[in-house]
Write a protein that binds this ligand. Structure first.
Ligand code: ATP
Ligand code: MG
Length: 670
């Protein structure tokens, strides 16, 4: 266990009031949070259940939990500690307080796809262009993050586009409520509204969470900021850590000014600055510092490292994107074979997910094991969507979206006109489709045989529901799958046996995860059931976990955004070109500073070696385009760079490392 430096120790020991740790990358901010949790429990006698630490990603919260558990060494006082993402914390609050919120117990969480599907339906009904779904969805999301209600959004909308979005927002909200569902943004918004409207509920939570810690505070948005502020109350038992130079989520409503706001909200705020970087060699750190010095600064920070000078930063420019990916693949293999570097100690970072496709092919070609972070989500797969929809209807029959997905899966001869009549009837009666099936009035609007089929489905689902509650829910769900011969359905709907098998494996993986999630939840809350487990699962990126569990010795591929907070001995930063990094949209909107921060985040992930790659030409929409080197290359210290000419075809071991200066490199592009 590393020893804390005096400033870090000061931050860990200080529990007299609100504290901000403001420091650059790799200075131990996250380490301070982990150590402080252990200190609060082991030395200050605060029970784990009275502490919550909030992070931004599942990966970060998993890592933090592991680190804290190691520090607690089995101390039973740690039981009930909350280490969660903002969304998970919000879910816990909604679940406990559903009565105060007017939700029925088994509410559903709409993921991104559900949200889009619902919006698309609504837009089609109104004869609007459904290709605008993404735009509408993003606008609604930013209104929610800014805490605007549909009425407020409509009042402020002026452009026709905004008015359309505001109307969609209103309808969307009404449907969500009717479905007894919340979306991702609601997981934070709903608790904030609850706390603002019902002080007695807030007080209960303030008494429960007596100490709050927040990592990556620069990326909180308005609703997250409010949630923190409400939970902390006047007591000010709060530690937040952050780095304004790593604020990279402005496009999702993050407000780095929340850092400055702290001093206004808490006049007694203590600020600790950390200056020693324990992650990177001096050269890497110098490159990062020189780059970020081009941005204006509210807080001045200095950062030094005694990890040695280290190797120069390599800049490899290649003929085209094919050569770029080929080169990265051979470099990783070379590092592994000749220098005995483990694959898991290497990461390739890029600006956009599309850059990973070609890279994946090259890595596969050279048989380099890799793990793609944030690719197609596990939950986006058809078989998982199917089964999840069954589970959602099981715990929340009011979820019409899920109901519609499964009603003819497998085929039950329930036609579109029957469903339309059912839909209409349920809207008039203001009840869910599932509940409408029970009503006598339905007999007036549809033929008896159609109604009979609907009712058969509903009573069968009710039977499964009872099985879930009387016996083992996992067995009951397996029985349900046997009843509908789900395996047969998958076999029929897969292009090959191998594909069908893979899809069944996914189904089993989901069931295993459900089981273990339920068991884990029951350790803290003995009466937690299948419904809590399902809601938890929706918030966990299982693909992540699945691959981490099978074997983690793989090269890590991820976007710069996803790399925040992480570190790797060897980092490849690809696509260092104008229009990619900085991204074209940001150039057009003159938002270079955020792109520079993104590059800063990328560079500071590297511990020992940093390799930057770029291509001279890139194919886009079937056209070959010339690319310019990124302006950020100009902002790196030339004396620490080792620039290599266009030798993309040479095998790595024969490659001569070019001695060209950056200017030479530029000339080659002209
Ligand atoms: P980022 O800004 O990228 O999130 P951070 O400030 O959160 O970085 P950490 O991830 O906590 O930094 O720490 C960076 C590395 O430095 C980690 O490997 C950590 O174990 C190590 N470290 C932190 N403090 C010390 C210390 N006092 N002595 C030795 N190593 C340390
Ligand atoms: Mg950190």
């Amino acid at each position: 266990m590393s020893r804390l430096n005096p400033r870090q120790k000061e931050a860990v020991d200080y529990i007299g009031g609100p504290l901000l740790v403001l420091a650059g990358a790799g200075s131990g901010k996250t380490s301070v949070i982990t150590r402080k949790i252990a200190y609060l429990i082991n030395a200050c006698g605060i029970a784990g259940r009275n502490i919550a630490a909030v992070t931004f990603t599942n990966k970060a919260s998993r890592e933090m939990k592991e680190r804290v558990n190691a520090l607690l060494e089995g101390n039973p006082a740690g039981k009930g500690l909350t280490v969660a993402t903002f969304h998970n914390l919000g879910l816990t609050i909604i679940k406990r307080e559903h009565k105060h919120l007017g939700f029925k117990p088994g509410f559903s969480i709409f993921d991104d796809q559900d949200t889009k599907a619902l919006l698309k339906d609504l837009m089609l009904q109104n004869n609007e262009e459904s290709d605008q779904v993404d735009v509408v969805r993003n606008q609604i999301s930013s209104w929610k993050n800014e805490m605007l209600t549909p009425a407020q959004a409509l009042a402020s909308a002026q452009l026709p586009q905004d008015i359309l979005c505001a109307r969609a927002y209103d309808e969307y909200e009404q449907h969500l409520r009717a479905y007894n569902a919340v979306d991702f943004d609601d997981l934070i918004l709903v608790p904030v509204r609850l706390f603002e409207e019902q002080p007695q509920v807030l007080e209960r939570w303030q008494n429960r969470l007596r100490y709050l810690l927040v990592d990556e505070y620069q990326d909180t948005n308005l609703s997250q900021y409010r949630l923190v502020k409400l939970l902390v109350g006047h007591r000010g038992a709060l530690t937040v850590v952050g780095d304004d130079d790593q604020s990279i989520y402005a496009w999702r409503g993050a407000r780095p000014e929340n850092l400055v706001q702290l001093e206004k909200d808490y006049p007694s705020l203590k600020v600790v600055k950390l200056e020693q970087n324990y992650r990177s060699t001096s050269r890497i750190l110098k490159a990062a510092n020189t780059l970020i010095a081009n941005n204006p600064h509210v807080y001045e920070k200095t950062l030094w490292s005694d990890m040695g000078l280290g190797d120069p930063i390599r800049v490899i420019h290649t003929r085209n994107e094919d050569a770029e990916c080929e080169r990265i693949a051979t470099e990783t293999l070379d590092l592994h074979l000749r220098n005995n570097i483990q694959f898991k100690d290497m990461a390739v970072l890029y600006r956009g997910n599309f850059q990973a496709r070609l890279l994946e092919m090259k890595l596969q070609h050279y048989q380099v094991p890799y793990k793609l972070n944030g690719g197609t989500s596990f939950f986006a797969r058809a078989e998982i969507k199917d089964l999840m929809s069954y589970l959602k209807v099981l715990v929340n029959p009011d979820d019409d979206n899920a109901f519609l997905r499964i009603i003819n899966l497998p085929r039950r001869e329930i036609g579109p006109s029957t469903l339309q009549k059912l839909g209409q009837y349920s809207v008039e009666r203001q009840i869910s489709m599932f509940n409408a099936c029970e009503e006598l009035g339905l007999e007036q609007v549809m033929p008896a045989n159609a109604l009979e089929r609907l009712r058969r489905f509903c009573s069968w689902m009710q039977h499964i529901y009872r099985q879930c509650h009387q016996g083992d829910p996992i067995d009951a769900i397996y029985e349900m799958m046997r009843d509908i011969d789900y395996e047969g359905w998958i076999a029929q709907n897969s292009s090959s046996d191998a594909m069908a098998e893979k899809r069944m494996q996914n189904v089993h993986f989901l069931m295993d995860s459900l089981k273990s999630t339920m068991e884990r939840l029951q350790e803290d809350e003995p009466d937690a059931g299948i419904q809590e487990a399902i809601n938890r699962l929706i918030l966990i990126d299982m693909l992540d976990r699945q691959e981490e569990e099978d074997d983690s010795n793989r090269v890590q591929l991820m976007t710069l955004h996803a790399s925040k907070g992480l570190e790797f001995p060897h980092v490849f930063l690809m696509g260092m070109e104008e229009e990619l990094l900085p991204h074209r949209n940001s150039i057009e909107t003159d938002n270079i500073e955020e792109e520079r921060r993104l590059a800063y985040v990328g560079i500071t992930r590297a511990k020992r070696c940093l390799t930057i790659t770029l291509a001279k030409q890139r194919k886009q929409y079937g056209e070959v385009l010339d690319c310019l080197p990124s302006r950020f290359l100009d902002e790196l210290p030339p004396e620490d760079l080792e620039i290599e000419g266009a030798g993309e075809k040479c095998p790595v071991q024969n490659q001569k490392r070019g001695q060209a200066t950056l200017n030479n490199l530029k000339n080659m592009f002209d």
